[in-house]
Design a binder for this molecule. Structure first.
Ligand code: ZN
Length: 153
């Protein structure tokens, strides 16, 4: 059994990549077809080969916000805030968010978010087709037959 480094690696059994700690996420970026270079954002689906969810890592600098509203046709989203303070605008509602806040947003809701604190506002966004999950946890998961065999040093 080998210990693995965290660089992009795909096998039949798993995909793995390392994105660094939360403070490193500000340096992530993606090229958006409409908005050009978007700092502090990284999608994971195509990189890791996810097939049922899209996930993005997000870090927004103090004083900044997403400069547009967006909604979805089929996908609900979970925003899981990990660090910082901010607000989400959900249609007409403003909600306060900070580390540990989880926000589920229904597809048609127009949404955006901004950093109102003095640290980067960091969140993970997970999207999946609303109503697609037919089973979870104890109805889908099952136990392996043997106990974990971690190598001893
Ligand atoms: Zn979205």
């Amino acid at each position: 059994m080998m210990s693995k480094q965290q660089s992009l690696e795909k096998t039949d059994k798993y995909s793995i990549n390392g994105y660094g700690g939360l403070e490193a996420w500000a340096a992530l970026s993606l090229t958006h077809p409409k908005f050009g270079q978007v700092p502090g954002k990284q999608f994971l689906r195509s990189e890791l080969g996810l097939s049922g969810i899209e996930v993005s890592l997000n870090s927004i600098a103090p004083g900044k916000g997403i400069p547009f509203l967006h909604a979805h046709r089929q996908n609900e989203e979970l925003y899981l805030f990990l660090s910082g303070r901010g607000q989400m605008l959900l249609d007409e509602d403003i909600v306060e968010v900070s580390a540990g806040t989880a926000v589920r947003v229904a597809p048609p809701v127009l949404r955006t978010w901004r950093n109102t604190g003095e640290e980067p506002l960091v969140c993970i966004c997970i999207q999946a087709r609303e109503g697609s999950l037919q089973q979870a946890t104890s109805t889908d998961g099952f136990m392996g037959e043997s106990a974990p065999k971690w190598p001893t040093e």
